[in-house]
Write a protein that binds this ligand. Structure first.
Ligand SMILES: [Zn+2]
Length: 87
């Protein structure tokens, strides 16, 4: 796969994933992150995880009311990613 000149690198993608999720980015930057996520499995996993955490935070107001099963799902997901990374 060829590299695009304006493609975000991993550190930029990971730093800006929350901005991207929040839709706070301009369309150019947002396209950069999207392009990076499209072919970088490591960043895509982080993006998936952040999406889940964000969904949990949104649903849990106050935080103590976060559904136990959703919290367990996130913990399980983190564990899965750690196992894959150490492979
Ligand atoms: Zn990456």
């Amino acid at each position: 796969m060829s590299h695009h000149l304006d493609e975000a690198d991993c550190s930029e993608a990971l730093h800006r994933v929350f901005e991207y999720l929040d839709g706070e980015m301009g369309s150019d930057d947002s396209a950069k992150i999207a392009a990076h996520l499209a072919h970088c499995a490591a960043c895509l996993q982080q993006y998936d995880l952040d999406t889940m955490v964000k969904a949990l935070v949104k649903r849990s107001c106050p935080p103590e009311s976060a559904p136990t099963h959703l919290r367990a799902m996130i913990v399980q997901r983190i564990t899965t990613i750690e196992v894959r990374y150490s492979d």
